[in-house]
Every structure is written in structure tokens, then in C-alpha cells.
Ligand binder design. Structure first.
Ligand code: C2E
Ligand code: MG
Ligand code: MG
Ligand code: MG
Length: 273
């Protein structure tokens, strides 16, 4: 009995894995074409100061508008992009798209909000990252202050990236650590990071009201961030209870479904002034 269940489980796992691999193959095969055909779109998720209700920034999040399958989230294809060696190309597209959008909004007379872009580890191996960035900013006549780069802890931790991070900071580009607290829990390394901002990961936020451990971790992150002068934002806030907790514990900057889901550019426009 147990044995056959084990076998069935193994079979299921195998099938799932096979489907996943097939999907990955399909994705990497069409990625080039997708880039050429401009099938990618960006959605923008507002970041809110929960005390004032003001929108303080937004994050650009990529989606693939597949001709048959419709809108596909990045969770399904980002790994394939990495594997296909297309991440630099994709990030370049994201950067250009964001800048062109910001430029449009500015021409409409809207006040620009700082927009963050996710920069994956592999992009840091592009030695011209900063030159390329400035070329794009120049083309759209935008200042560095309109952008923020989100990197993960594993990127931030690599000492070989420090010079580039330092250079970014020197040119006024904000850099934040995404998914903070999920990978390396030692707070000691924070003192070495040439970054400005911490994004508390959703896994802790979802524990608010449920797990005192998560609540304690959040309070500790808030304390450390304020002592070390890091800006702070909480990700994945879905409920009023979570928002209230964060306000009460001095983390009023919030990004999450409770306020806004990521929205297409023309919908975000309605919330800008
Ligand atoms: P991330 O950078 O941590 O982005 C936040 C993710 O959490 C987004 O998922 C967002 O839709 C989701 N989210 C925001 N608020 C809530 C909430 O209240 N509840 C829940 N359950 N989820 C929430 P998304 O758009 O699917 O992106 C997933 C990940 O894909 C991103 O995580 C980021 O690591 C990556 N990604 C997205 N766009 C890009 C991109 O342009 N370049 C790169 N390299 N990675 C990207
Ligand atoms: Mg992010
Ligand atoms: Mg995150
Ligand atoms: Mg995440």
C-alpha cells in the first residue's frame, strides 16, 4: 500500500516536473521572439504612506502578454530568462520602457514618482551597467532620482558588487534590498551595504496577528533600519490589521494588495497628480 502510494507520488512528481520542463523549454524558445514582438508589458504597483495616504513611489513589474495564453506572471518565466542568458536584454527593455513611460507622464504635466526596477544578480556582471543606465536617462532626459533599483540580498552580499553599488549611490541612484530577511538573517552585514532602503518581505507581513515571531522580526528590522538610517517599506500588505500593525510600529510605507495591485500604466495614471 505504502509502496504504491510512494510510486504514485513519484509518478506525479515526475509528471509535474516534466510539465514544468516542457513549459520552460517552450518559454526559452519563444523569449527571443517575445522580445522582438514586444509581448512584454509592465504593470506598476503603487507604494503608499499609510499615514498620509500619499503615493510615494511605485514598482515596475513585468508580465508577458502571450498571444495564446494571455498575461503570464514573472514567476513563470524569469528563471527561463536567466537560463537563456537574456536577462541583461530584458532588463534593458524594462529600463527603457519605464523611462519612456515616465517621460510621457512628465510631458502630460504629472509629478513623477520614483519608480523601482528589479535588477537581477546577472545584470551586475555587465560592467557597463551604469554607463548604459546614463545613456538611457540621457535619451529620455530624466534624472537619476526618478529611479530606484531593487536587488536581492544575495546580490547585495557579494563583495565583488560593492564598487558598482557604491558607484550607483554616488550618482544618486537609490538601491533597495528586496525580499529582506528571507535569505541571510545576519544583521551584521547591513553595516557594509552601500544601499539605501530595505523592503521587508511578505512572508513576515503575512504573520502579523498570527505569529509573534514574525511580529518580533518585523519590529527588529524596523529598529535596525532606523538606527542605521535605512529607508523602509513593507511588501505584500493585504489587510487592515497588517497595515495598522505596521503604522503602530513605525513602518508606514506600504506596498501591497490592501492598497493597490500592480496596474497597467493607463490605470496608474488616474492616481497620479
Ligand atoms: P518582487 O520584486 O518581490 O515583487 C513583489 C511581488 O509581490 C510582485 O509579484 C507583486 O505583484 C506581489 N505582491 C505585491 N503586493 C502583494 C500582496 O499584497 N500580496 C501578494 N500575495 N503578493 C503581492 P510579481 O509581479 O508576480 O513578481 C514576482 C517577482 O518577479 C518579483 O518579486 C521579482 O523578483 C520578479 N520580477 C518582476 N518583474 C521583474 C523584472 O522586470 N525584472 C526582474 N529581474 N525580475 C522581476
Ligand atoms: Mg521587487
Ligand atoms: Mg519583494
Ligand atoms: Mg518577492
Amino acid at each position: 500500500q505504502a509502496k504504491s502510494q510512494e510510486k504514485a507520488g513519484y509518478f506525479l512528481f515526475n509528471q509535474e516536473l516534466r510539465e514544468k520542463l516542457e513549459q520552460q523549454k517552450m518559454i526559452s524558445k519563444y523569449l527571443h521572439t517575445a522580445l522582438e514582438r514586444k509581448e512584454f508589458v509592465l504593470h506598476y504597483q503603487p507604494q503608499i504612506n499609510a499615514i498620509s495616504g500619499e503615493m510615494i513611489g511605485m514598482e515596475a513589474l513585468i508580465r508577458w502578454n502571450h498571444p495564446e495564453k494571455g498575461l503570464i506572471g514573472p514567476g513563470t518565466f524569469i528563471a527561463a530568462v536567466e537560463e537563456a542568458g537574456l536577462m541583461t536584454q530584458l532588463t534593458d527593455w524594462v529600463l527603457r520602457e519605464v523611462c519612456s513611460q515616465l517621460r510621457c507622464w512628465r510631458e502630460e504635466g504629472l509629478a513623477l514618482l520614483r519608480t523601482s526596477i528589479n535588477i537581477s544578480n546577472s545584470c551586475f556582471y555587465n560592467r557597463n551597467l551604469i554607463e548604459d543606465l546614463f545613456a538611457v536617462l540621457d535619451q529620455y532626459q530624466l534624472d537619476t532620482e526618478v529611479l530606484e533599483f531593487e536587488i536581492t540580498e544575495s546580490t547585495a552580499l557579494l563583495e565583488e558588487h560593492f564598487p558598482l553599488l557604491q558607484q550607483m549611490r554616488d550618482c544618486g541612484i537609490k538601491v533597495s534590498i528586496d525580499d529582506f530577511g528571507t535569505k541571510y538573517s545576519s544583521l551584521n552585514y547591513l553595516k557594509h551595504f552601500p544601499v539605501n532602503k530595505i523592503k521587508i518581505d511578505r512572508t513576515f507581513i503575512s504573520g502579523i496577528g498570527i505569529s509573534t515571531i514574525d511580529e518580533t522580526i518585523i519590529k527588529s528590522i524596523v529598529f535596525v533600519a532606523s538606527q542605521l538610517n535605512y529607508d523602509l517599506i513593507a511588501e505584500g500588505v493585504e489587510t487592515a490589521e497588517q497595515a495598522d500593525f505596521l503604522i503602530k510600529h513605525h513602518c508606514p510605507n506600504i506596498q501591497g494588495f490592501y492598497f493597490f495591485k500592480p496596474l497597467p500604466a493607463d490605470e496608474i495614471r488616474n492616481f497620479m497628480i
